[in-house]
Design a protein around this ligand. Structure first.
Ligand code: ADP
Ligand code: MG
Length: 257
């Protein structure tokens, strides 16, 4: 079905802040199992679009559909419950917890919340079993991202790149269908960036869908199969990396700001 092929659909989104039109009638869709890039110069409206999709902001106009369901205006945890998950930066207070403790917190804050709430008081065995399963999956994820040796380390002691790996591992623990990443490589050294990208490609091959918001055009061109370009709040164009590279409007947008 159409919905199956395109889990995420954004229709005529508009968002203003005071007199500033941050997102102006933006529409696009993301195909299942792809790594789709959302690029554009600074101020193009990428982060605002990201925030409209993940429920951090409510649009003035337009809709967000996920797996055919209208999720416009749902709060972030409800959006995450649907399987559309963004990575969260590790907050200051979580820096004082270990990597493993951070992992164990994730599902309670995000998708697993419903599951935790559903446990009837008194059904202790279920709780214990779920905690054990969660722990097992947490270790699997840490192993996958090659940070299992850091499990007992305080999150605050991780390098920028290691934090990004933890943020992604944590997001995956909520068992999403689709991940949204806003500049996940900012402040990450090249070798860790390479590793992070390898993981993203591997996960995409497993069937996860990614929307990657990036300022770095080369990174998107080298890694995404489909690229959406925003400029001044609007979708300027979209297509394959080679389409985009040859598009003079895109070049102008980047040079002209
Ligand atoms: P990008 O992520 O592409 O750099 P943003 O979505 O962050 O762009 O910003 C788009 C425009 O909206 C910019 O002009 C920015 O200054 C403005 N903007 C974004 N968020 C806010 C906000 N919370 N309050 C006021 N203006 C904002
Ligand atoms: Mg941004």
């Amino acid at each position: 079905s159409e919905t199956g092929e395109y889990p995420l659909r954004v229709e005529n989104l508009r968002k203003t802040f005071g007199g500033i039109v941050a997102v102006d009638d933006a529409s696009f869709e993301v195909e299942r199992g792809t790594l789709t890039g959302l690029i554009g110069p600074n101020g193009a409206g990428k982060s605002t679009t990201f925030n409209l999709i993940t429920g951090m902001h409510t649009p003035d106009e337009g809709r967000v559909l996920f797996n055919g369901e209208d999720i416009t205006g749902l709060p972030p945890h409800r959006v995450a419950d649907k399987g559309l998950v963004r990575t969260f930066q590790i907050a200051r207070e979580l820096s004082e917890m270990t990597v493993l403790e951070n992992m164990m917190l994730a599902p309670k804050h995000q998708r697993g919340e419903a599951l935790w709430r559903s446990v009837t008081p008194g059904v202790r065995d279920d709780v214990v079993r779920q905690e054990e399963e969660l722990l097992e999956r947490a270790w699997e994820m840490l192993d996958f991202f090659e940070i299992d040796h850091l499990a007992e380390e305080y999150a605050g002691n991780l390098s920028g790149g290691q934090r990004k790996l933890l943020e992604m591992a944590r997001a995956l623990l909520t068992d999403p269908d689709m991940l949204l990443l806003d500049e996940p490589f900012a402040g990450v050294n090249p070798s860790l960036e390479h590793r992070l990208l390898e993981h993203v490609h591997e996960l995409r091959e497993q069937g996860y869908t990614f929307l990657l918001v990036e300022h770095d055009m080369d990174l998107i061109m080298q890694n995404c199969e489909h690229v959406i370009v925003m400029h001044q709040g609007k979708v300027l164009t979209e297509g394959t990396p080679s389409d985009i590279k040859q598009n003079e409007q895109v070049v102008e947008a980047y040079l002209g700001g």
